[in-house]
Design a protein around this ligand. Sequence first.
Ligand code: SAH
Ligand code: SF4
Ligand code: F3S
Length: 470
Amino acid sequence: MLDTNATAIIELPVVEQPVEGVTAEPVRRTTGRALYVETYGCQMNLNDTEIVQGIMARQGYRLADSIEDADVVLLNTCAIRENAERKIHERLKHLRYWRKRKPDMVVGVLGCMAERLRKSLLGEQGLVDIVVGPDEYRRLPELVERAFVGEQGIAVKLSRVETYDDITPVRTRGISAWISIMRGCDKFCTFCVVPFTRGRERSRPLDSIVREAEQLWEQGFREATLLGQNVNSYRDPNGRGDFADLLAAVARAVPQMRIRYTTSHPYDMSDKLIETMAEYPNICPYIHLPVQSGSDRILQLMNRHYTVAQYLDRIAKIRATIPRCALSTDIIVGFCTETEDDHRQTLELMHTVRYDGAYMFKYSPRENTKAWKMGDDVPDEVKSRRLEEIIALQNRISWEINQTEIGKTFEVLVEGPSKRDPSQWQGRTDTNKVVIFPHIGTEASYVVGDTIRVRIESATSATLHGSVVA
Ligand code: SAH
Ligand code: SF4
Ligand code: F3S
């Protein structure tokens, strides 16, 4: 809509404190305008989208079901790998079509890519009106208003204090809710862009997190996932304890609610946390514990702060304390200087741990990170082959583990019709496995949000299939 060269770009001043007054009685301008937000990236971004919807709802915006019905379209973006960014550039190209049909529509780029690419996004395809980083969402209403009168805007300052603690996220679907407990990351793994796009680590007060969990239960949510890039670093700003204390407080406050969390860093996976998980039956026995590599040399280059032996010690403690605990991980192949021997050690670690699942990636160099300067010397075909090898191994292990579930009966939280086949419904075990079961129409005695018992009859590497038992 606007030419960057012709329009002044608004650079808003640094705000280190949450804006006073926004927390007071909100000014509700009934704009009647409709907002459509598309979300990419991790759960943190999903929750941020709900926060953005909360901020815009205070100004009278309603949610549109599609771009066609929207006056404002926001893309909440991810910058973790080059592919993630490529997707957004493609999406922006596609939005050109809508721009022609709806010249007054405001388009904004939010999230990690906004933080990383900043002003350069305003020029993109001539259709980005506003660029807003993860700590500046309170300014969205103002920036959108100005965009409607033709001004481009950018707000990408990172904050040391913003947690959006007072904003009520607008959650649109389901029985599972995300609760953001902290923002940012101070770990500085050498490959990772997150400390640059999300800024310094900061935690929300324990009391307000517990209150949010209680409200969610009252609203009908049956599962809550506590979110942070590295939840084990959580510290209540009022001195009421660490992540294990928070987890216990939430578990006690909503004893019928399933409590999960993600992500934990192996370096900070304390005995206290593992023991707390074992103590409360409503804390789900499932841990996502990203390892990244099975080679000590690579782990050191990645600045991960643990060795394979230390990682395996944590796994042993988890298995001894919570025998049913399911485990998943993240693995990167082809990090700079990774040799065939390093790769073999990763495969060996996967054999040793036998994860229930894994998210696996080819290393993608990110500008400004330490690893960017180390080079990217593993050829793409080698990365692809190593990735195929770890995926094949993980699929086999997941399949084998899932075969051992056949014949067992699980408590399953009912989520609703399965996407592939609506005559089947789906739910999840507390170990985070998807269970598919036939839905017997109006005779079914359960509804979404109920916990039912399902006996497993068959399994693939990704899914369990079974029948409801009384
Ligand atoms: N905070 C989490 C993960 C955040 S990003 C943690 O510390 O585990 C999710 C995953 O993306 C990472 O665990 C890592 O496996 C992967 N990842 C991050 N940066 C990457 C990069 N530059 N190239 C490839 N994968 C990357
Ligand atoms: Fe990135 Fe490491 Fe922080 Fe995870 S812990 S977000 S991988 S820097
Ligand atoms: Fe992506 Fe930002 Fe999450 S880079 S993975 S959306 S924290």
